[in-house]
Write a protein that binds this ligand. Structure first.
Ligand SMILES: C[C@@]1(CC(=O)O)C2=NC(=C\c3[nH]c(c(CCC(=O)O)c3CC(=O)O)Cc3[nH]c(c(CC(=O)O)c3CCC(=O)O)/C=C3\N/C(=C\2)[C@@H](CCC(=O)O)[C@]3(C)CC(=O)O)/[C@H]1CCC(=O)O
Ligand SMILES: NC(=O)c1ccc[n+]([C@@H]2O[C@H](COP(=O)([O-])OP(=O)(O)OC[C@H]3O[C@@H](n4cnc5c(N)ncnc54)[C@H](O)[C@@H]3O)[C@@H](O)[C@H]2O)c1
Length: 148
């Protein structure tokens, strides 16, 4: 992604699909739940950080028909080929985050620094997520003093 277009989504009561239930899926799912989304997860197994009482879980492998009717999709399995296939098979009105490849993602998450009144998002255009995380830590100190 060379340019990118930053937006802040209102996900309250909106449906989001997450394929995969591992560590990375858990990070995405917990962020989505905090934002008020209605989350469906498809995965044979879930890690403990995912609260099954807060999601709809289909305990099985992904099937092509799962994309039907979905708009925002996280392809978050540990099978890079499958994540890629999900991105390829999505239509023009569907948005896929392929967690294993920034080149085949329609949108990314950003590292976040939040207070009650301010949100700073940090992106490296997909080039270096760990750098985004480092910058976040530096900004966390600063924001406490400046933005309240
Ligand atoms: C910022 C943050 C937000 C979040 O996820 O919420 C985020 N990644 C975070 C952490 C992190 N990610 C990775 C590591 C291991 C160290 C390393 O490799 O660097 C760590 C560090 C850690 O986990 O501690 C590895 C990694 N990440 C991606 C790939 C695939 C690729 O690059 O192609 C691979 C290699 C996988 C592999 O090959 O195995 C892809 C993406 N990760 C993004 C976001 C998007 C671009 C953001 C940007 O523009 O900077 C993008 C494109 C898509 C997306 O996921 O949205 C979050 C900070 C959490 C926090 O704030 O604490
Ligand atoms: N975007 C990021 O920030 C980031 C960071 C680190 C790693 N990654 C990438 O994320 C991928 C996933 O990492 P993880 O630690 O969550 O892996 P993990 O092994 O913890 O979890 C993988 C999950 O995928 C599920 N799964 C496997 N095959 C499936 C299928 N056919 N249908 C549905 N679900 C299926 C498994 O049941 C499991 O729940 C890694 O392979 C890596 O490429 C991304």
């Amino acid at each position: 992604m060379d340019a990118g277009y930053p937006i802040l989504l209102n996900l309250t009561d909106r449906h989001v699909l997450v394929v995969g239930g591992g560590k990375i899926a858990a990070r995405k799912i917990n962020g989505l739940l905090t934002a008020g989304a209605i989350v469906t997860v498809i995965a044979p197994k879930l890690v403990d950080q995912i609260d099954t009482t807060k999601i709809t879980w289909y305990q099985r492998n992904y099937e092509a028909a799962d994309l039907r009717g979905e708009t925002i999709i996280f392809a978050a399995t540990d099978d890079e080929n499958l994540n890629h296939q999900i991105w390829r098979s999505a239509g023009q009105t569907q948005w896929v985050n392929d967690v294993s490849n920034h080149r085949t993602s329609d949108f990314f998450n950003v590292a976040q620094v939040r207070t009650k009144k301010v949100l700073i998002g940090i992106s490296t255009f997909g080039q270096s997520p760990s750098k985004a995380k480092r910058l976040k830590k530096q900004l966390q100190d600063w924001i406490g003093k400046e933005a309240e």
